[in-house]
Design a protein around this ligand. Structure first.
Ligand code: GTP
Ligand code: MG
Length: 452
């Protein structure tokens, strides 16, 4: 490329999909292929993410990616575990991910979390493609390791390729039911208007070259301007997870999407009550695979630039929230940075009423998605917070005047043992689920029962 590479960051790619449809396997396959191509060292494992540089993309994708056609530095993939909500992937103004891969098992088709993922992609207007995974499981499949899709298609019998086509057209039909116009990716002219479906196997690597080529092309073509950042500027990111870590206390896993974070930076993090102002104690990355047996799972780094995933150890992080903003202060006025974090939090805040149900969720993003969905279902909310269902939530719910509002809706959270007991004695009903629309359906059924 002709541009200064330091001014373009790596696009952030979220890998979404229903449990067991093959998100992690797909990333494992990409890592594995890099090892085969002799590029093992070039792929870096981040906290919650995998960075694949352009030359590795190109060596895996072969003829499909000519590195001279691109000036973006590669792709940063974020894996989202099935049990965990990918609604964490939010940032100022919507989606944290620039682009997404929705993984759908060709045998299993659309499932609740597939629909949920689509809903969130729609709301956040994130461009995405569909990886129709596990094509190797079509009965009679003739596997061609790591082959581009057209070559392996040609190697299948008519019966096998028409079986695959049937499954693919079912997925295209499902997408159309959700108001997405979709087609097999090689027929798509405009990826902003149509969703491309890429047949792949995370097991055999078939179609993986195509997947990488499409992602790279899509990013370069439609997202280049958004990738222009001040790499050396103060870092900006989003909290993915708040975690206890032996020897480090409470840490936050963040995805940095702008600037740099340094091991001696002061940072401002969105907290339960107010922004947390603290000093970084350590920036931690997973150790390279070869060193995994050493005493610590992490190694310290001095600084890291966007786009990247990193664990930040710092004091006072106990109240940090998943989905909240993180900003480096460095040469800026502290007050100004605190104001920015406050404004971002206010932006996400859920409007509550005098009366209504209590809502708990694992992240700010999922709380926002819950509030949206409850708004559409015309269910008022009295209190909405990030965190597990705790005794004080039961107390709040127990003051409701209407029986249907003596309820707590928890998305991707646990009910603490003492809260469970309290709910029993206070006659409060707690609903929990890992799929938003199912949670709301359960609650609506309950209300129907009450009113019958
Ligand atoms: P969660 O993180 O739990 O949501 O699951 P996931 O989407 O990351 O799925 P994962 O990669 O863990 O794969 C689930 C199972 O499917 C594993 O047993 C994989 O070996 C298998 N699997 C994934 N991709 C393929 C594929 O392309 N072909 C075949 N035959 N099996 C696959
Ligand atoms: Mg997984």
């Amino acid at each position: 490329g002709s541009h200064d590479p330091t001014s373009l960051r790596t696009p952030i790619v979220a890998v979404l999909g229903h449990v067991d449809h093959g998100k992690t396997s797909l990333l494992d396959k990409i890592r594995g292929s890099a090892v085969i191509e002799g590029e093992a060292g070039a792929i870096t494992q981040h906290i919650g993410a995998t960075a694949v540089p352009l030359d590795v993309v190109s060596s895996i994708a072969g003829d499909l990616v000519n590195p001279d056609d691109f000036d973006l530095p590669g792709l940063l993939f974020i894996d989202t575990p099935g049990h965990h909500s990918f609604t964490t992937l939010r940032s100022r103004g919507g989606a944290l991910a620039d682009i997404a891969i929705l993984v759908v098992d060709v045998n299993d088709g659309f499932q609740p979390q597939t629909l949920e993922a689509l809903d969130i992609l729609k709301r956040s207007q994130t461009p995405f493609i569909v990886a129709a995974n596990k094509i190797d499981t079509v009965p009679g499949w003739n596997a061609n390791e790591d082959s581009p899709i057209n070559a392996t298609y040609e190697a299948q019998s008519d019966r096998v390729s028409s079986r695959l086509d049937e499954s693919l057209y079912e997925i295209i039909g499902n997408l159309s039911d959700e108001d997405f116009s979709a087609d097999l990716y090689w027929r798509v002219q405009n990826f902003q208007r149509n969703v491309g479906v890429v047949p792949v196997s995370a097991m055999t690597g078939e179609g993986v070259p195509d997947l990488l080529a499409v992602m790279m092309g899509l990013s370069q073509r439609y997202m280049k301007e958004e990738m222009e950042i001040d790499v050396q500027g103060p870092g900006v990111g989003t909290v993915l997870e708040v975690k206890e870590e032996k020897g480090f206390g409470t840490t936050i896993d963040i995805v940095l999407y702008d600037g740099t974070i340094k091991a001696d930076d002061q940072i401002v993090v969105g907290g339960m009550n107010q922004p947390i102002v603290t000093d970084v104690r350590a920036l931690l990355q997973p150790r390279p695979l070869a060193e995994i047996r050493t005493e610590s799972r992490f190694e310290k780094v001095d600084e890291i630039s966007a786009a990247s995933g990193i664990k930040v150890a710092a004091p006072e992080l106990a109240d940090a929230m998943a989905g909240a903003p993180v900003r480096v202060v460095r040469n800026r006025e502290l007050d100004e940075v605190v104001d920015e974090v406050e404004a971002e939090l206010a932006d996400i805040a859920v409007d509550t009423e005098e009366q209504g149900v209590v809502v708990k969720a694992d992240t700010l993003g999922s709380l926002e998605a819950m509030a949206d969905a409850l708004g559409e279902a015309e269910v008022p909310i009295v209190r909405a917070e990030v965190g597990d269902v705790a005794p004080r939530d039961i107390s709040v719910a127990s003051t409701a005047e209407e029986p249907k509002e003596r309820a707590i809706l928890g998305f991707n959270v646990e009910t603490l043992a003492d809260a469970e007991q309290r709910a029993e004695t206070e006659d409060v009903t707690v609903f929990t689920d890992e799929v938003i629309y199912q949670l709301i359906e359960e609650y609506e059924e309950y209300v129907d029962e009450l009113e019958r």
